[in-house]
Design a protein around this ligand. Structure first.
Ligand SMILES: O=c1ccn([C@@H]2O[C@H](COP(=O)(O)O)[C@@H](O)[C@H]2O)c(=O)[nH]1
Length: 237
């Protein structure tokens, strides 16, 4: 059974220097981190090597979404980076998700295969945007559950979703199907562009496997202190 770390710090800096300086300056050594497009597109595999040298477990969040053949080949290359977690967009469909999994298996060359997640509906999407702008039928939640089922059928180990869909996904796909939830905001903090946000406490109550926290830590005056507070809230029963 695949597992994920309980908290990933989203290193949404635009340069590798900024990311490494941030971790060093705030004494966040060897904690699980998420590397997204903004950092990977600037630095590429070099940032992965630097973080691995520093013993950080890595979630490489590139959200692949293309035809199955392209995704398979891209995943084969990403598997060689030997990170813990990678992802695709579930909207690519079952065949694309299965191709991602095949690519990962082919690329990991005897090492443990990275966890494969599928992004359902971005946490920046709310019901109004879903219905009026994207002209989708039904509710965001129904769509998230449907995409989670497609992800499972395609061979993903879990999904990226909001805290508000976790229980329904676990019911539909089973307890072992992983849920990783961004859009985490401590009580009273700015939501920024996150629409389906939740507190660390709500994340715990809803039973998510992992939370992803960016700005509530990285843009804070005292990132180390905020990290500790979020961990305490998240661990509190
Ligand atoms: O639906 C999604 C998928 C990915 N993300 C990513 O998580 C972090 C959240 O950052 P915050 O600063 O805590 O808002 C960011 O890297 C996103 O790309 C997401 O927010 N929602």
């Amino acid at each position: 059974m695949k597992t994920v770390d309980p908290l990933y710090i989203a290193l949404d800096m635009e340069t590798d220097r900024e990311a490494i300086d941030f971790l060093d300056y705030h004494h966040l050594a060897s904690l699980p981190v998420k590397v997204g497009m903004e950092l990977f597109y600037q630095s590429g595999p070099a940032i992965i090597s630097s973080l691995k040298e520093r013993q950080h477990p890595i979630f490489l969040d590139l959200k692949l979404h293309d035809i199955p053949t392209t995704v398979k080949k891209a995943m084969r290359n990403l598997a060689r980076l030997d990170v813990e977690v990678v992802n695709v967009h579930a909207q690519g469909g079952i065949e694309m998700i299965a191709a991602a999994r095949e690519g990962l298996e082919a690329g990991c060359q005897g090492k443990e295969r990275p966890v494969l997640l599928a992004v359902t509906q971005l946490t920046s999407t709310d019901q109004t945007m879903f219905t009026e702008e994207l002209r989708q039928q039904g509710t965001v939640k129904e769509s998230v559950i449907h995409l989670a089922q497609l992800a499972k059928e395609g061979g993903a180990d879990g999904v990226v979703c909001s805290v508000h869909e976790v229980k329904a996904i676990k019911e539909a796909c089973g307890d072992n199907f992983l849920t990783v939830t961004p859009g985490i905001r401590p009580e009273g903090s700015d939501r920024n562009d996150q629409k389906r946000a939740a507190t660390p406490k709500e994340a715990k109550q809803e039973g998510t496997d992992s939370i992803v926290v960016g700005r509530a830590i990285t843009a804070a005056e005292h990132p180390g202190k905020n990290y500790q507070q979020i961990v305490e809230e998240w661990n509190h029963d």
